[in-house]
Design a protein around this ligand. Sequence first.
Ligand code: C2O
Ligand code: CU
Ligand code: CU
Length: 498
Amino acid sequence: MHRRHFLQATAVGTVSTLAALQTASAQMMRGMTSAGMGGMMGQSPTTGPNWPTGLPLRRLGVLENTSLSAGEFEGTLVASRYLASLVPGRTTELWGYNNASPGPVIELREGQRVTIGFANRLGLDSTIHWHGLPVPADQDGSPMEPVAPGADRLYTFDVPIGSAGTYWYHPHAHQTTTLQVGHGLAAPLIVRSVDDPLGILPEVNLMITSLALDQNGQVATGSTAMAGMGMMMTTGAGELLVNGQKTPLHTVAPGATQRWRIINATADRYLRLALDGHRFTVVGTDGGLLTEPLSGLTEWLLAPAQRVEIVVMIAAGQSARYMLRDLGYTGGIGGVAGGQLLSVETDGAVPQAPIELPAVLRLVADLGPATTRQLVVLSATGMGMMGTFLINGRVFDMNRVDLETVVGRVELWDLVNTTMMDHPIHIHGTQFQVVGRTVRGVVVPAAYPAWFDTVNVPAGETITIKTRQMLPGKRMIHCHILPHEDAGMMAVLDVTLA
Ligand code: C2O
Ligand code: CU
Ligand code: CU
């Protein structure tokens, strides 16, 4: 590591750690009574301050690679509290990486050796989890590898060949993930290949987060105690932000063809994405490009933690405006309204000619015949607000093994949702393939091959996936509605060598 950079980055402002922790529970209760309950009743949580809208879409900063060797990436991330101006007349304490929320984009290449120094200046245990990237278990930033307040650690891993795609990184500390992500800790991570078939297209990163501010402009988010009330979460509380801004303005040339990498980094929001007046083409999911583009789509459901890469051909008219929207999604619990995400405006330039996409992007090869089948049952326990969600009948205990597999073994997993709401289930350490969906006994095979690390399991349905782990160690499986995860809707998969 380049020690000088590390220290410089560490020295920048940290706000009153203990005091902030002590007010967290008060904030939590406020969040629950205003935003939480309102959201639960299907009302919009309008108690917060007014956000400015229509500002030019911010391009997120990129994490500097301090290595001089092309085959390596070296960087430094400092997690700390800092003050941001988000709404008029108020200063908001956010938690960010390198004083930014979303944090800096990590741009990697397949095959690179990555070394990232992490300085935890948050005042509580944290980790950095490289969501979706198959990295060794001890570099995965799971709750089993906490970094103490004030401590530093190095994360080291190789970027696998074939992993080009859109990922993200976020904290994954035991029972405080909602609190940490909810205060702003999350950022994109992009892996590029040398032969990207869409490499000529201009790219836009759209990192979607949710942020709930109280009357005083301070973050009101879930915490451990609130997470215990897993039943009532997915309230739709908080504003949906794109690159940290409320409904920013994205100006494009008429007729432009663009590749948008969209990340659902919200704690608990399903996004049903649609662009006014346009159909779009999905070219990639969590683990990168599809075999063939899926064109002519009018909407796409992006569950919490999922990513989608779309190609948009903007209409040829000059000075026109189209809204990228979340159409809203009930997820079995009812009443989550949508919202306006991004205002897309064409300028007065001469319309651009459309760019044709290749018919084949990249082969998503079937993992092959499965030799084992496992059941992962999602269930609910308790009553109403005091209830919680379970995996295979148990609450998370990191000292217990819940599921076992062997390196290289292809397995079918039936993710059975016996509850009355959807759960986006995420598996660490690998990308998997969805085989099909079972609705009231009827099996619907997946329509196209794709790589996912998170799949939505709708209320009352079963999703069957084909999965394989290539690295040994203990891996997390959990619901990516973060309050559910914190409340214990997580299990340990022990991967052993054959
Ligand atoms: Cu995005 Cu286990 O996490
Ligand atoms: Cu993950
Ligand atoms: Cu859940």
